[in-house]
Write a protein that binds this ligand. Sequence first.
Ligand SMILES: Nc1ncnc2c1ncn2[C@@H]1O[C@H](COP(=O)(O)OP(=O)(O)O)[C@@H](O)[C@H]1O
Ligand SMILES: [Mg+2]
Length: 313
Amino acid sequence: MTRVAVLKGGRSLERQVSLASGARVEDALARLGHDVVAIDVGPDLVTQLREARPQVAFVALHGRGGEDGTVQELLEVLGIPYSGSGVHACVRCADKMLAKHALRDGGLPTPDWVVLGQIGFHELGMAEALADIGQRLGFPLVVKPVSQGSSLGVKFAASQEELPAALIAALSYGPRVLLERYIEGRELAVSLLAAEDEPAQALPIVEAVPRDRQFYDFAARYEIGRTDFVCPAVLDHALGERVREIARSAWGLLDCRGFARVDMILGADGPTVLEINPIPGLTETSLLPQAADAAGVSFDEVVARVLASAGTR
Ligand SMILES: Nc1ncnc2c1ncn2[C@@H]1O[C@H](COP(=O)(O)OP(=O)(O)O)[C@@H](O)[C@H]1O
Ligand SMILES: [Mg+2]
């Protein structure tokens, strides 16, 4: 029996998802026979951890603070082993610009992009180059905050005229915005699991399928109720293997631990990576648990394996 602190909640925009992930993790850990302390992360985190005296922390936080290396660094300072990816991997995954550079440097496909930040705008007059950016990436293009998850702040610009409004919307989430070439195609997610310092297991691919293809255009992608998830995704065997191989390579390049989910689009030119989530959702409807289920891996086993990753640093 291990004394495990489950870190959940926090103040990020993904607080609610994290509370749901955390609650499920607590139940699983209890079933596995561990002594569980739930911690809703806030300014008293250090005090709470000192009182709880956990042997290990299960980080079930999503978004800013919890998934970007901050809480990981704090846990290292406090000498508490923790589940999942380390500081460096979290820092790079949470920053889509850094992650894309790592992918491209490593020879993995990721859509072309340009980053626009407040310094570029205010100190270098980059707004004057918006037409050139639009021309380089083509329309429609995707505008999203560099550091945000759960599709928050993701906007699509169908034309040059729509670009400023999309930029302003994305900039409200943070000081840097990623402009990315829009890739038409099938939306795939590959979840990965690794208990120890072993090669990651790529779970069956999940495809997000639009419910009503007729109305499913780039602008309608996010309307509630418009997506079904299919797992395993129906793909030609060789293509499926390639998709999972790319996900494993992305995991390796970013140096992930424990678990992760790689979001991709299967476009006309093949699979391309949008992002790597170092702490994927673990709720009832989340993709990693669905993929694990399809592979015959129970939720409790997922949690046990992710917890075991704490011992690998
Ligand atoms: N370049 C792109 N081409 C097409 N769709 C995109 C692109 N980038 C993002 N999307 C859509 O937006 C969703 C969220 O984008 P993603 O990069 O995964 O960020 P996050 O999930 O962190 O918000 C994707 O799942 C996809 O549906
Ligand atoms: Mg995503």
